[in-house]
Design a protein around this ligand. Structure first.
Ligand code: IMP
Ligand code: MG
Length: 180
């Protein structure tokens, strides 16, 4: 236990800061989608914590769904394809869809998934991300709403993992690995 926690670096975004930002995002979404059929979608696993908190700050009716995706990348960073392994079997053509993402890094996975979802003809599609690492972007994908912009660091917590660990930390911290 102690060994695991030794690798947790400084806290970049506190639980309180996350909570405040999600409250604001929830209020903005509630105002914009009032009276519209709304479907929140997140891509497992990283965004499950964000989606759970975000949907509870939304005061208008909404539905939630999850996608599991598998990515295949070729040798070049700009090419690749993504297969939606499960989720969204339903017809989404009657919904305004918001993708809730944990972090946009290169943007490759999400731009491919957004393209797939757009192909399913939702009434509209927007992307909300908890974290944005714009320095690392390799695509022209941008979120419609980004709660925090962070520098090029590997972060953990609040759903984000390092080898499947640390998702349960209630804050966003830098991962410091094995440095002494
Ligand atoms: P992208 O296709 O490069 O934008 O990949 C984004 C995915 O990579 C996210 O959904 C995360 O699962 C993972 N990822 C990117 N940066 C980090 C990080 O700093 N910590 C943990 N996971 C990350
Ligand atoms: Mg991950």
């Amino acid at each position: 236990m102690a060994d695991i926690m030794n690798k947790v670096g400084r806290i970049l975004i506190s639980q309180q800061e996350i909570h405040e930002a999600i409250k604001k995002a929830g209020a903005a979404i509630s105002a914009e989608y009032d009276g519209k059929p709304l479907l929140l979608v997140s891509i497992l696993k990283g965004a499950f914590v964000f989606l759970a908190d975000l949907c509870r700050e939304i005061t208008v009716p909404c539905e939630v769904d999850f996608i599991t995706a598998r990515s295949y990348y070729g040798g070049t960073s700009s090419s690749g394809s993504v297969e939606i392994v499960s989720g969204l079997e339903r017809d989404i053509s009657g919904y305004h869809v918001i993708i809730a993402e944990d972090i946009i890094d290169t943007g490759r996975t999400l731009s491919l998934i957004a393209e797939k979802i757009r192909g399913m003809s939702p009434l509209s599609l927007k992307i909300v991300t908890l974290l944005d690492k714009p320095e690392r972007r390799e695509t022209d994908l941008n979120a419609d709403l980004s709660l925090f912009t962070i520098p090029d660091l590997f972060v953990i917590g609040y759903g984000l993992d390092m080898d499947e660990r640390y998702r349960n930390l209630p804050y966003i911290a830098e991962y410091k690995g094995d440095t002494l």
